[in-house]
Design a protein around this ligand. Structure first.
Ligand SMILES: [Zn+2]
Length: 187
């Protein structure tokens, strides 16, 4: 290491030590710099977000899970409950709904599922095609139709995983049904 490098390293080390001793000043400088260049920061962040949608979502999830953020969330929920109870109810209903859709009630055994398929004669309950003759999704060639198990009342509409909610359907019918209720399909 030559003298110039040694001096530079010393300076870097000194600055680092100063920053450690003065976290408040560091923070206020950082804040000041941010406010002076706010537009640039925001633009940069938006560009990054567009380029990295997946990581943005992950980061947001992590951020939402921090204790500080959760506490803030609790307070704002309380404020909303008091200022606009109707809206607060809608939001909490929607959240509960989402939770149920991700973690549906009910379960079934292989035998119970087979019994449901047999009940419909091994045919798609919507178009009556030969469901039994269709390949499993994992065995289907590209473009080939395959077996699916339909949730008559979609999980997203509070349907369950109990056997009574399950019916054999070809993928064609299942995907055209999407999240519609059978009655909506008829209409
Ligand atoms: Zn069908």
């Amino acid at each position: 290491m030559n003298a110039v490098e040694a001096r530079r390293n010393r300076k870097i080390e000194q600055k680092r030590a100063w920053r450690l001793r003065n976290p408040d000043k560091v923070e206020s400088y950082r804040r000041k710099h941010y406010l002076e260049h706010k537009e640039d920061y925001i633009t940069k962040a938006l560009v990054w977000r567009d380029k990295n949608p997946k990581r943005f979502k992950e980061n947001q999830k992590k951020h939402d899970a921090t204790p500080k953020r959760k506490a803030k969330e609790r307070v704002s929920r309380k404020v909303l409950r008091e200022s606009d109870p109707e809206k607060a109810r809608t939001i909490s209903r929607r959240k509960a709904h989402r939770r149920r859709a991700l973690n549906p009630e009910g379960h079934y055994t292989e035998e119970q599922l087979q019994a449901r398929i047999d009940l419909y004669g091994g045919r798609c309950y919507l178009c009556d095609c030969d469901w039994d003759a269709l390949p499993a999704k994992s065995d289907a060639q590209p473009g080939e139709h395959y077996k699916t198990i339909d949730h008559v009342i979609p999980l997203s509409k509070d349907g369950t995983n109990w056997p009574a909610n399950l019916r054999p359907a070809c993928d064609r019918c299942n995907s055209s049904k999407r999240d519609n209720m059978p009655t909506e399909l008829v209409a």
